[in-house]
Design a protein around this ligand. Structure first.
Ligand code: BGC
Length: 445
């Protein structure tokens, strides 16, 4: 039986959330609209047309919710700052009530003995900046840097743990290439500039925090997925390399000072030439104190000449033996172990924290109980895999479960439940699931 003490006394156990997914109060007390507010209002791309006005109402219920973090026994609470709550137009004029809100959240954490980890950007760009081109525009970097400075100066005395970006590949690919997330842009002509400005923002955000927050512990997060070729044919292996290059290597390598990877793929080589990215190698480099890894699924990839640009396609794992979560994501803890090892192999990765990991299931609240045995099994499997990597000498120092409570799951709306706590989206009542109680027990031992 796995125990939390197997990871050592210093290991940090936490739970993660993000502003857009839980706060609600989307237009209250001076908050400006974010791209997600607009996307939810207009795009027709959110399941069942769910909106962001209320979500979990964390804005008004943060005291109760931080009490839940404490009750479940977590030491760390990772949350994000809504940029347009602090700067309604993304730049220039600040919103004092928005700034106060995060002071309140931080103070509540500290008074409960919970360590806050702040994510600066978890996908909710102010709409006003998107109107100027968003991440595709070079002006985004100055705006982001100013936002980081404001947060560092405001909160840096109280908060030492910072995460610059949440999953840069997530928002650049889903939001600026595939158009299924906000702001709904598509194509390589949007994707590549968004990638470049994001890689710059990641490093420059880190440098600003380093200069302005004393004793800061600075990280950033990456989505990561083990990429497995369907067969050992040369075509499948090369297809898997291209996907790995995009999904795993694209943002960590510039931060490491290696520039953008290409894996010999002409599309990425052309991007490098067109944007002269080699000139920016130094600017994209930052020595992060920790790297946040977020893992949800592996991918099995097959060559397919009909798929434009990448010529690769996701297929079901060969064995078909692995079960899936309600998101249709393959449960495969071994792949979690493998991808941790892949990231740990970079020479400048000193410290890994798993900043998100978790699973959605079709939970049902019956007579006040949510018996989510599958989620408990999921966590056991993944924690065992992480323990194995740690025992083999990888410096993993923390783990944050995704997520505290059921919330707005982006394009899935409220239909995908990842929480340790059940949210009734009509009454806003919170009910601890069996997995929440499992964590409470786990963290005691
Ligand atoms: C994101 C979360 C999201 C989770 C589950 C991660 O990519 O950071 O915001 O809810 O995955 O999809």
């Amino acid at each position: 039986m796995i125990k939390s003490s197997d990871f050592g006394d210093e290991f940090l156990w936490g739970v993660a959330v993000a502003a857009t997914q839980i706060e609600g109060a989307a237009a209250e007390q001076g908050k400006g609209p974010s791209i997600w507010d607009s996307f939810a209002a207009k795009s027709g791309k959110i399941k069942k047309g769910h909106k962001l006005d209320i979500t979990c109402d964390f804005y008004h219920k943060y005291v109760e919710d931080i009490a839940l973090v404490k009750l479940l026994g977590f030491k760390v609470f990772r949350f994000s700052i809504s940029w347009s709550r602090i700067l309604p137009l993304g730049k220039e004029e600040t919103n004092p009530l928005g700034i106060r809100f995060y002071h309140n959240v931080i103070d509540e954490c500290l008074s409960q003995g919970i360590v806050p980890y702040i994510t600066l950007y978890h996908w909710d760009l102010p709409q006003a900046l998107e109107n100027e081109g968003g991440w595709t525009s070079f002006s985004i970097n100055a705006a982001f840097n100013a936002f980081v400075s404001i947060c560092a100066l405001e909160y840096g005395d109280k908060v030492k743990n910072w995460i610059v970006l949440n999953e840069p590949f997530g928002y650049t690919s889903l939001g600026y290439m595939l158009g299924v997330h906000a702001p709904g842009k598509t194509g390589l002509s949007n994707f590549f500039p968004a990638v470049l400005h994001t890689a710059l923002a990641q490093a420059e955000g880190g440098k600003i925090l380093r200069a302005e927050v004393s004793n800061a512990n600075i990280g950033t997060t990456y989505s990561c997925s083990e990429i497995v070729p369907y067969t050992q044919s040369e075509n499948d292996i090369l297809a898997a390399k291209r996907v790995d290059c995009l999904m795993n290597r694209l943002f960590i390598e510039p931060a490491q000072g290696l520039g953008f990877p290409t894996a010999g793929w002409d599309v990425l080589e052309k991007f490098q030439l067109e944007y002269g990215t080699w000139r920016l190698q130094e600017r994209m480099k930052f020595d992060f104190d920790f790297i946040g890894l977020q893992n949800y699924f592996p991918l099995t990839v097959k060559y397919n000449a009909f798929i434009p640009v990448i010529q690769a396609w996701e297929v079901k794992a060969k064995s078909q033996r692995k079960p899936h979560t309600a998101m249709g994501w393959e449960i495969n803890a071994e792949s979690f172990y493998n991808i941790i090892k892949q990231f740990a192999a970079y020479p400048n990765v000193k410290n890994i924290m798993v900043t998100e990991n978790g699973a959605a299931y079709h939970d049902k609240l019956v007579n006040g109980h949510v018996v989510d045995a599958e989620r408990i099994e999921y966590f056991k499997l993944y924690l065992n895999a992480m323990l194995k990597a740690k025992q083999e000498g990888i410096n993993i120092t923390g783990y944050m479960a995704w997520t505290l409570m059921d919330n707005f799951e982006w394009a899935e709306g409220f239909n995908a439940r990842f929480g340790l706590v059940h949210t009734d989206f009509k009454t806003l009542e919170r009910t601890i699931k069996y997995s929440g109680y499992w964590w409470q027990e786990f963290l005691k031992n």
